[in-house]
Ligand binder design. Structure first.
Ligand SMILES: [Zn+2]
Length: 176
């Protein structure tokens, strides 16, 4: 599953409990989507994504080039949404394996990225390869390859979280 970003103005119109049409009302001072039929409050929480910055050695990191929208043709860190029943770390390992063929050992969290008004918060993990075979393409990717910093296609990065995570990662590597 990809890290798709809903259009900024997107909000649900129908109740996920009973299918009734939602109304926007103030609840305890906050604008909420309420179902007038069953009373359900539809909170618009952030969705959690997991991305992985895989250290491929010799100062190179893995990026995949997306063959789906959003971000078609642009480069992104391996990753996707965490599903119920798995941890965010499970999602990070699963998505990396599905998209790149690699099993990875996670080595901590670089940072968490969220941007208003996007509905997504992305946890970016640091990792090293721990098995598997690197694919050259996969279901959602035209191309999968390792980049050193000077080769990163900065004007063809799909998402702000990938761009900001790469900047933070390379800045950290040269710090004393
Ligand atoms: Zn309802």
């Amino acid at each position: 599953m990809s890290l798709g970003i809903r259009p900024p103005g997107f909000e649900a119109r129908f109740c996920e409990a009973c299918g009734g049409r939602l109304q926007r009302r103030s609840v305890l001072g906050h604008a909420r989507l309420i179902c007038p039929h069953c009373g359900y409050v539809m909170y618009q929480n952030l969705r959690v994504g997991a991305s992985v910055l895989v250290d491929m050695g010799q100062d190179a990191v893995l990026l995949t080039r997306r063959s789906i929208n959003p971000g078609f043709g642009h480069w992104v860190l391996p990753g996707g949404y965490a599903e119920r029943g798995e941890t965010v770390a499970d999602a990070a390992r699963r998505e990396t394996r599905e998209e790149t063929g690699l099993s990875v050992a996670l080595e901590g969290v670089l940072d968490v990225y969220a941007y208003r008004p996007s509905a997504v918060a992305v946890v970016v993990y640091l990792a090293r390869p721990a098995g598997g075979t690197l694919l050259s393409e996969s279901d959602e990717c035209f191309e999968i390859r390792a980049f050193v910093e000077s080769d990163i296609p900065w004007d063809q990065i799909a998402f702000g979280s990938t761009r900001d995570a790469l900047r933070a990662y390379f800045a950290r590597r040269v710090a004393p």
